[in-house]
Design a protein around this ligand. Structure first.
Ligand SMILES: Cc1cc2nc3c(=O)[nH]c(=O)nc-3n(C[C@H](O)[C@H](O)[C@H](O)COP(=O)(O)OP(=O)(O)OC[C@H]3O[C@@H](n4cnc5c(N)ncnc54)[C@H](O)[C@@H]3O)c2cc1C
Ligand code: FES
Length: 259
């Protein structure tokens, strides 16, 4: 059932990034890696149904009934969302999808760009469970890592990498995974979200080094609940899966990386 939630904060972070906080009963039962499907219609009279389709956003963090989202403005829907003000209402559906499988293993959380979004909630949960974990965040430049400070609440093991070297070390996240893994007490499981080339490079590394890797995929979505097949991805066994309902998190080895 959709919920009409109140916006508490919608804060520009720098670059195209924003953090949105809402008060939501339904999202208070979310687990890390799940997402909400938001209606982002502009507030105008008479009310409009445009854009018609909801936009999926990962749950960035959860404190009681306060859920937050980290989002980047890329098109019409997210630009409308960036204009939303505290006190306004937003229609959302969630929590949706299957998130990260939590085990006892140490974990390396890897977020590329706005792929950091599902990682803060995962860090929060691993911190509460007292598990060993570290966070590796990459972006094009420092301007796109304004959210990195949020992770300090849950761990001091945060490694930053930028393409231009303007914050942290210069390079791409996959350059640094082996040396960070070596700092763990035991080989960690990798949990990653970010651009497809980054996920594919991590999948190749995981296959070569026999690492466990869960990836959170993005796909264009319509219904968000498994009914329309708009978000299909291909599996290694020749079948397909729905990113919205069977994912967005999948063990890398079930996915077909050849496409
Ligand atoms: C499960 C899931 C979780 C997501 N979580 C987040 C998040 O936490 N923060 C965040 O900023 N974004 C997230 N996204 C991506 C986000 O949903 C899209 O950026 C958003 O829907 C774009 O809407 P728009 O109207 O602004 O852009 P549109 O006008 O629809 O598109 C503008 C541009 O964005 C690209 N785009 C649109 N939808 C997607 C998509 N789903 N994935 C990748 N590129 C897309 C288009 O190809 C186009 O180039 C998530 C996507 C999924 C599937
Ligand atoms: S968006 Fe409809 S099945 Fe996934």
């Amino acid at each position: 059932m959709p919920e009409n939630v109140e916006i508490i904060q919608n804060k520009p972070l720098g670059g195209d990034y924003y953090r949105l906080t809402v008060s939501s009963q339904s999202l208070s039962r979310a687990t890390p890696g799940q997402f909400a499907h938001l209606l982002v219609q502009s507030q105008q009279e008479p009310p409009t149904w445009d854009p018609l389709l909801r936009r999926p956003l990962s749950i960035y963090d959860l404190e009681g009934d306060k859920a937050s989202f980290l989002y980047r403005t890329v098109g019409r829907g997210t630009k409308i969302l960036a204009r939303a003000k505290p006190g306004e209402k937003l229609d959302l559906l969630g929590p949706l999808g299957r998130g990260f499988q939590l085990g006892a293993a140490p974990t390396l959380l890897i977020g590329g760009g706005v792929g950091a979004a599902p990682m803060l909630f995962l860090a929060h949960t691993l911190h509460e469970r007292g598990q060993e974990f570290a966070v590796l965040l990459g972006a094009r430049s420092a301007q796109e890592l304004a959210h990195a400070g949020d992770f300090a609440k849950y761990t001091s093991a945060v490694f930053l990498v930028t393409d231009d070297g303007s914050l942290g070390r210069q390079g791409i996240v996959t350059d640094f995974v082996p040396e960070i893994i070596a700092q763990f007490s035991a080989i960690p499981k990798l949990c990653a979200c970010g651009p497809m080339p980054m996920l594919a490079a991590l999948a190749a590394l995981a296959a070569k080094e026999k690492l466990a890797l869960d990836v959170s995929l993005e796909a264009r979505m319509a219904c968000g609940v498994g009914a329309c097949l708009a978000c299909t991805c291909f599996l290694r066994d020749g079948n397909t899966a729905r990113v919205c309902a069977d994912g967005p998190v999948f063990p890398y080895e079930v996915l077909d990386w050849r496409g």
